[in-house]
Design a protein around this ligand. Structure first.
Ligand SMILES: [Mn+2]
Length: 438
């Protein structure tokens, strides 16, 4: 892939002498960190450019992009190649998503999928680009680590990711994946909602019991943080948490690598930073998380305020789910939040519900929220075994028109608001019919 990156650099170098550059990136953590790395690298390279952060790409957006500029897409566009082929300008795509259409002549694609290398996030690809431009860009490696963690590419550390971790001087530790691993353990466990640990999350009693069971004492009036634990203590903590959770849906997902990255001259938990960046975007402030990633102190304070706001938003959304009327079947739960929950967090809400110990393995959870004249639909499967939720959505959407994205355990689609009741009827039909077959 480095050869591809080198070629992209020389092409951009030549083209940028007579054309402006427009960079477009995605609004999630990986997209924001990609944008931050790429803009810093372009700036240091002496290139002028403009940057746009988007929720997703649609045909109208692509049509409106100027053709007197080079177009550079980060962390997206692999699925929009058919729309890009009509652009009368050079297009560069630095992305890691699946390529479903033919790569047009005017598109230069840098994508690990093409190279058969280890899976990398958009931010990691942008970092390789930046580092190829100059070794001075190694200070951007911490952002690449956050992007990798944000896109959940962190389970297996391959050669490339290993190199990025080394450049970033991150600290990696195996352990329990509750975050932030930088706070006193009792607080981290008590406030952990992702993962939600039954009998521990939200329960002071439960937390103290787990810590006692693990033989982790109060020291000088405070508990150690997760990353301060010795290997032995970490082992005992894992046993103690697992004992409280025998038979739980996603036990092994709770174990993995903890990453500490340096930001604003402090070691921060990459998961926590990723959650903060995501929160800003989902609350409608992607420019704040971008400023934060670029190291701007005033944006840091703003981002932290938005993050608190986001968590409160999520709590009230979950309360709404608890209290509102739901359409319930034997193996499904439909939450129609209309305008009561933001479309940008409805997927997160559905995920949290699907991990809740209140609901059995195999339950299909479908949540709807308005987005202008459209409705955002998110489907999740509780646990691992059960119906393919992408197929469920596809069948329900088929008669109405619309495209479904996702996979077996998590999927989503957009439908027009006018079709709300029709969709709900179709959906219940699909869900009920299958129940008879089972
Ligand atoms: Mn990504």
């Amino acid at each position: 892939m480095l050869d591809k990156i080198k070629e992209a650099i020389s092409r951009i170098e030549t083209l940028s002498r007579r054309k402006r550059i427009i960079v477009v990136s995605h609004y999630d953590t990986d997209g924001i960190t990609s944008a931050a790395i790429f803009s810093k690298a372009l700036f240091r390279w002496g290139k002028q450019f403009s940057l746009e952060i988007v929720k997703g790409l649609d045909e109208a957006f692509i049509r409106n992009l100027g053709e007197d500029s080079i177009l550079i897409f980060l962390d997206l566009a692999s699925g929009s190649l058919d729309s890009l082929k009509d652009k009368k300008t050079e297009v560069f795509v630095f992305d890691h998503h699946e390529i479903v259409q033919k790569i047009p002549e005017n598109v230069f694609m840098v994508n690990p999928v093409l190279e058969g290398t280890e899976p990398l996030s958009g931010a990691a690809i942008c970092y390789l680009f930046a580092k190829e431009l100059s070794n001075d860009n190694r200070d951007l490696a911490n952002l690449a680590v956050i992007g990798m963690v944000g896109d959940m590419h962190e389970k297996n550390i391959g050669k490339t990711f290993g190199g990025i971790l080394k450049d970033s001087e991150s600290v990696v530790k195996k352990g329990l994946l509750v975050y932030p691993s930088t706070r006193p353990l009792d607080k981290t466990l008590e406030y952990s909602s992702n993962p939600f640990i039954p009998g521990v999350s939200g329960s002071r009693e439960g937390v103290l019991e787990v810590l006692r069971g693990a033989g982790i004492p109060l020291e000088g009036g405070r508990y150690k943080s997760l990353h301060e634990l010795s290997d032995e203590e970490m082992g005992r903590l894992i046993t103690s948490v697992m004992l409280k959770n025998v038979g739980r849906k996603n036990q092994e997902e709770m174990l993995g690598n903890i990453f500490l990255v340096r930001l604003f001259n402090r070691l921060e938990d990459a998961r926590e930073v990723s959650a903060l960046i995501n929160a800003c975007s989902r609350m409608g402030y992607p420019e704040v998380s971008l400023g934060f990633c670029l190291g701007n102190k005033s944006f840091k304070d703003k981002a932290e305020d938005i993050y608190i706001d986001y968590k409160q938003n999520l709590v009230s959304a979950l309360r709404y789910v608890e209290e509102s009327d739901k359409l319930e079947g034997r193996n499904y739960l439909i939450i129609n939040a209309r305008d009561k929950i933001r479309d940008t967090i409805i997927g997160t809400v559905a995920s949290i519900v699907s991990h809740s110990p209140l609901y059995p393995e195999g339950l299909v959870i479908i949540a709807l929220a308005y987005n202008g004249d459209m409705i955002k639909v998110s489907a999740r499967l509780s646990g691992r075994n059960g119906r393919n939720v992408r197929e469920v959505l596809s069948q329900a959407v088929l008669p109405l028109g619309g495209e479904v994205g996702g996979h077996h355990n998590a999927a989503g689609c957009l439908i027009s608001k006018e079709k709300e009741s029709l969709f709900l009827t179709e959906l219940q039909k699909v869900l009920d019919v299958e129940m008879v077959k089972v």
